[in-house]
Design a protein around this ligand. Structure first.
Ligand code: MTE
Length: 328
């Protein structure tokens, strides 16, 4: 079993608390973190709930017949795909806890029925069920690298469809400048959402140029089958040239807007996390270097690449935006 060294924001919760105090509500957070430190008892109702939904959770996924999807070989990896078990047990999904081992509690998430809302600056707002959406879009497989801002990385075989196809389906108005994406909100299931000091629901955003870039991908599957809950079932974003926190999980709401979305981590800690969050090894996080990364599962360290190695696809988007805070 590979022992993963903690660093950055994956430090134990007892030490994590002071870092997050920077965004006010100091007393609340101390109380919350203290409760979490004694968490086995606090977690048990969620585990019980996970048990109760087992029947639903084990029903066959209505789109299972679409997997494995045909590989689109255009997007190449420079390393082996991370072992599925390793990846599926080392996750960030704050709705289910701040630690990496949220896989079992995330099983409480009920992913059917799942309705996607598309609204804002579009010709006509609408809602669509996830299975209809997936069948309408069709799916392909892509292998992408994933670089977390915590300086670790993985390589994943996602299945899904380009975000650009959803943009096309949505028919945004010419005046739309950004696409905002939100995670479901259900504190009864996602106990993390009861922690009021976090700016729920998890929100992310891209400019229209980013959302329409060929690399921006909506993943509905991974490792040749429907996506596991801990990875953000039934649909999550994968934008591999950006730090991992941009890749919002379990999305149920897309809004086209002319205002730059206030994203989750920016709302939480603007001094450390911004809107753009493009990978750049030359720009350190305020608390640690971004020069290299640990490959989860092997422990190997590799130098981090500008745009996580995807510059040929995305660098042009940022021409003329050099004054923006593109790298945090
Ligand atoms: N989306 C939601 N809704 N909640 C989260 O906590 N964490 C982000 C991103 N998307 C997160 C999220 C971060 S920090 C990372 S690194 C990736 O999800 C982790 O994805 P993985 O667990 O599939 O590796």
């Amino acid at each position: 079993m590979n022992i993963i060294r903690r660093r950055g924001w994956e430090i134990p919760e007892s030490q994590l608390t002071p870092e997050h105090l920077a965004f006010n509500r100091r007393k609340l957070l101390i109380g919350g973190a203290a409760a979490m430190a004694l968490s086995p008892v606090a977690l048990s109702p969620v585990a019980a709930q996970a048990q109760r939904v087992t029947d639903v959770a084990t029903l066959p996924d209505p789109t299972a017949d679409l997997y494995p999807a045909k590989l689109n070989a255009k997007y190449k990896l420079d390393r082996p795909i991370t072992d599925e078990k390793v990846n599926g047990n080392y996750n960030n999904f704050y709705e289910f806890g701040e630690q990496k081992t949220i896989a079992s509690t995330a099983q409480a998430l009920n992913t059917r029925p799942w309705t996607i809302k598309i609204d804002g600056m579009v010709e006509k707002p609408f809602e669509i069920g996830i299975d209809d959406l997936i069948r309408k879009m069709g799916i392909e497989e892509r292998t992408y690298r994933h670089r977390c801002v915590e300086a670790w990385s993985m390589a994943i075989a996602w299945s899904g469809f380009p975000l650009a196809k959803l943009v096309e389906l949505a028919k945004p108005l010419g005046s739309a400048k950004y696409l905002e994406m939100k995670t479901f909100m259900d504190p009864k299931v996602a106990f993390g959402q009861k922690k009021s000091w976090y700016p729920w629901p998890y929100t992310e955003g891209l400019t229209m140029a980013e959302a329409s870039n060929e690399l921006a991908f909506l993943a509905t599957g991974a490792y040749g089958h429907p996506i596991a809950k801990q990875h953000g079932a039934p649909i999550r974003l994968a934008v591999p040239w950006k730090y991992g926190f941009k890749s919002v999980k379990s999305i149920n709401h897309f809004t086209f807007t002319d205002k730059q979305p206030k994203t989750y981590w920016e709302a939480l800690q603007a001094s450390e996390y911004g809107f753009w969050a493009n990978v750049n090894p030359a720009v350190p996080h305020p608390r640690w270097s971004q020069a290299d990364e640990e490959i989860i599962g092997t422990g190997e360290r590799k130098p981090t690449l500008l745009f996580n190695g995807y510059g040929e696809f995305v660098a042009d988007i940022y021409k003329g935006l050099e004054k923006e805070r593109l790298w945090a």
